[in-house]
Design a protein around this ligand. Structure first.
Ligand code: AMP
Length: 217
């Protein structure tokens, strides 16, 4: 059983690779960012509470985030594995996941870390366009959709995320280095960490990731 965490700075390619991995390996793709964006789009109480934080590039509270993830991982579709994208992002979140993961029988057994230099990240983020319906990600320079401005998978008009601007990106990158990067050591010590070069062409990355998952199956 593969209970996977996908880690990496904003723009490293987590969403893109998560989409492929979840389809190929039949794993539910659980993205806390997508969950928060859905809550904001629906105008729910949670959505209104977190809107300014998310759009500004800040981190939602550990308590709120962990509660959401625990509930999601408890569902039946995660019984045979899952792919977490964007969680955990802080040491307290990783500690909470270790504890509730044990409690609900969903302990993490593989951590994939996608590394990427900052100059590549900023270029990717500024050109990124996403599908608000299925979450697919494109880039106006490097990963163009077949029809300009339209999602290849579901035909929905693409949008630019509100937090994909220079100032929110700077906050997100700083948060990554300050709060999330220490998790790499946490998972390295646990013997679960596998790091990859996120600047590799997508097909090469897929081949490497596929080989890793096969070896762990
Ligand atoms: P992402 O789609 O993973 O880039 O996440 C978008 C935004 O959602 C982040 O910049 C945060 O504001 C929020 N978010 C997503 N995951 C978490 C998390 N694990 N902890 C706190 N905030 C999060």
């Amino acid at each position: 059983m593969l209970n996977i965490i996908l880690m990496g700075p904003p723009g490293a390619g987590k969403g893109t690779h998560a989409k492929w991995l979840s389809t190929e390996w039949h794993l539910p793709h659980i993205s806390t960012g997508d969950m928060f964006r859905e809550a904001m789009a629906s105008g729910s109480e949670l959505g209104n509470k977190i809107k300014d934080i998310v759009n500004g590039g800040g981190l939602v509270s550990d308590e709120l985030t962990c509660e959401l993830v625990k509930e999601r991982l408890s569902r039946e579709d995660c019984a045979n594995g899952y792919l977490l994208d964007g969680f955990p992002r802080t040491i307290p979140q990783a500690e909470a996941l270790a504890s509730f993961g044990k409690e609900i029988g969903r302990e993490v057994n593989l951590v994939i870390d996608i590394e990427c230099p900052s100059d590549v990240l900023i270029k990717r983020i500024s050109g990124r366009r996403v599908c608000p319906k299925c979450g697919a990600s494109f880039n106006v320079e490097t990963m163009k959709p077949k029809v300009e401005g339209v999602c290849d998978y579901c035909g929905t008009p693409l949008i630019q995320r509100k937090d994909d601007n220079a100032s929110s990106f700077a906050v997100r990158l700083e948060n990554y280095h300050k709060s999330t990067a220490p998790l790499l050591d946490f998972y390295k010590k646990a013997g679960l960490l596998h790091s990859f070069d996120g600047t590799l062409p997508i097909l090469n990355m897929e081949a490497e990731l596929g080989a890793l998952l096969k070896s762990k199956e």
